[in-house]
Design a protein around this ligand. Structure first.
Ligand SMILES: [Zn+2]
Length: 373
């Protein structure tokens, strides 16, 4: 592959996707980018998942290549008489990361109202209060209104409106290190779009269904219905994986180092990946010289949770781009890890023919094979 060109395309696509707003249940802008970026027909389902199919040499096996569109956000819970906005989380936030951060409240009439997350000022906190993590329900968003009526009538903010982090896209001193909100999972979305487009120019012995799902961050809800439209034989989930190469993490447990390649996830509490499929991904990575890191995670979940349980069961693997500080206003990824993920997705799909995929679930064949365990 002409990696320099893919790298430039990737950086532009990543920026476009990362700055797009898409709280869980409000993925319209990301869906629009998917619609414009993949070449050809798309369809949607009742949840808002969006599908695009790339037919290869054969109709089958059907490969589901998938990423979630949503990012962690919030929703308006109530508006105080004094004109402050109380909110609930949509997805997993840690309140330490939120104080004094900027957010946008997206109104029904299309406005993006700027606000700042406030709480009781440090000057007025007791010693005991200073030691505690402030709860989300004790925070509020200040949009600069004088009363509740102004918030509702003039700014058009209503209960249930989505709220997203406000954070510009930037590169660090190393231009391959990109920083923005939302890389979980816009990095997966970029991988999905670029892989689908690269497959247009490549033969593959299968049909690939690109699926962008909704509402992963609130409990893999889009992925729960997405399998029905595709009924896949194999699924590859593309993710922004939390990086762990930071102080406070035991050295020997680091499995998502920024700049060390794509993560091939073997298991987490939500899914034990199909082992022959994982082995295939590792083999392909070795053969093609693609940097990768294997991971067994103590915590976390992805869309694999729902997809591997679809129908009679779907062999599934998760490929992740390590991302520092996900679920905050400023996550950081390495473009080279992204490119490793892109190459692995494309090369792996190229090897998923009928025989190979059948082998992933050959639980009959294991009888003759014998041996242990
Ligand atoms: Zn994610």
């Amino acid at each position: 592959m002409e990696m320099e060109k893919h790298k430039r395309d990737a950086a532009a696509l990543l920026e476009k996707l990362a700055i797009a707003h898409g709280a869980p249940g409000f993925e319209k802008k990301v869906r629009e980018i998917f619609r414009q970026s993949v070449r050809g027909q798309v369809s949607t389902d009742g949840m808002g998942n969006i599908f695009h199919c790339k037919k290869g040499e054969k109709d089958s096996p059907r490969i589901m290549l998938t990423a979630h569109m949503d990012e962690v956000g919030f929703a308006v819970q109530s508006i105080t008489k004094s004109g402050l906005v109380k909110f609930i989380p949509l997805g997993g936030w840690w309140s330490h990361t939120l104080l004094a951060q900027r957010v946008r409240i997206l109104t029904g009439d299309g406005r993006e109202i700027l606000g700042v997350i406030g709480s009781k000022p440090v000057h007025f906190l007791s010693d005991a209060e200073r030691e505690k993590v402030i709860k989300l329900e004790d925070m509020f968003i200040d949009v600069g209104a004088v009363n509740g009526e102004e918030v509702e009538k003039e700014l058009g903010i209503q209960l249930g409106d989505p709220i997203v982090p406000e954070s510009p896209f930037a590169t660090l001193a190393n231009p391959d290190l990109l920083m923005c909100k939302g890389f979980d999972n816009r990095v997966g979305m970029a991988l999905l779009i670029q892989t689908m487009n690269l497959l247009s120019a490549k033969t593959h012995p299968n049909t690939v269904h690109g699926v962008a799902t909704v509402q992963e961050e609130v409990g893999v809800r889009g992925a729960t219905t997405a399998g029905h439209s595709v009924d896949p034989h194999v699924a590859i989930v593309l993710e922004g994986a939390p990086a762990d190469d930071l102080p406070g993490m035991p050295e020997e447990e680091c499995q998502a180092r920024v700049g060390k390649g794509v993560q091939i996830r073997l298991m987490d509490p939500s899914a034990i990946m199909n082992r022959p499929l994982v082995d295939k991904a590792v083999l392909v990575a070795r053969k093609k010289g693609i940097s990768f890191q294997k991971a067994v995670r103590r915590t976390g979940a992805t869309d694999a949770k729902a997809i591997h349980l679809h129908g009679k069961g779907v062999p599934t693997v998760v490929l992740g781009v390590p991302a520092r500080y996900i679920h905050t206003h400023n996550s950081v990824i390495h473009l080279e890890d992204y490119l490793s993920g892109l190459r692995l997705a494309v090369e792996l799909i190229g090897e998923l023919d009928h025989e190979t995929v059948k082998g992933f679930t050959d639980f009959e064949g294991e009888r003759e094979a014998g041996g242990t365990p």
